[in-house]
Design a binder for this molecule. Sequence first.
Ligand code: ATP
Ligand code: MG
Length: 290
Amino acid sequence: MKTTESTTEQTQSTTTQESSTGAKKSTWKLQDFEIGNYLGKGKFGQVYLAREKRTKYIVALKVLDKEQLKREGVEHQIRREIEIQSHLRHKNILRLYGYFYDRQKVYLILEYAAGGELYKQLQECKRFSEPEAARYITGLAKALKYCHDRNVIHRDIKPENLLMDSNHDVKIADFGWSVHAPTTRRTTLCGTLDYLPPEMVEGREHDSTVDLWCLGVLCYEFLVGEPPFMAPTQEETFKKIKDVDLRFPPFVSIDAQDLISRLLVKDTLQRMSLTELFEHPWIVNNCPAQ
Ligand code: ATP
Ligand code: MG
């Protein structure tokens, strides 16, 4: 007899995963996994290390509480996150292998990022060296090129959304604010204040160039240890962003200053493109093997 929602924990999963044997599996359930260490707590749930029993494949299982998603009105956002992230395949983008749910929880099967959060790494060492920062920025720029070529805008690039694998390769995680462009919701105010581009602060329409602005803010934070428009109040941060009030400490190299200043440009048409970024001397000289 076929099981129904009331008789089984596993109700539905739609994404397929190719196992090491090449076989495709279209439905997952909690019983397919051995749950290991707790990896961390997110806004809407917990993340655990897990191993798929049959293939012994290691993943991260993100467990989201359905009630909480409903209460906070983010079901739509989570659906979009799953829809977008599950279709992206890039070395610098965290894979979302699939998902399933039962009556209370939604489970996301994610690539395990053994290196943890880039944010923690940055906090520990305060600043990255220029070659280190250039390596991360190059990886991220490649991932963004891949996204933009598929009309996906991330819109929330910041250290908290970046994870690292065991090779210290950076992975974009968290596609909660990403959208397929063009969209009718272009003026949504999203993202962390420090990383918001002027067009979003001013409530104007935005496009994929928002991610270039964020890359500039990120590059600055990597090299300086704090974002460029940090201020005691939200109003002051907004003013600094609108005025592009950008100042560099003297230890930032001229080439790095040049790259950041070309990304943090108010006029989106004049903002540096990803193609130009790959050819910039700071990238070329610090990251020759890109
Ligand atoms: P949200 O994504 O809801 O905004 P968040 O980013 O704070 O919240 P999650 O993405 O849910 O949190 O993850 C919580 C923590 O679990 C992260 O900070 C990270 O340390 C860890 N983590 C999440 N995903 C992975 C993963 N794929 N591999 C390794 N650790 C992970
Ligand atoms: Mg997250």
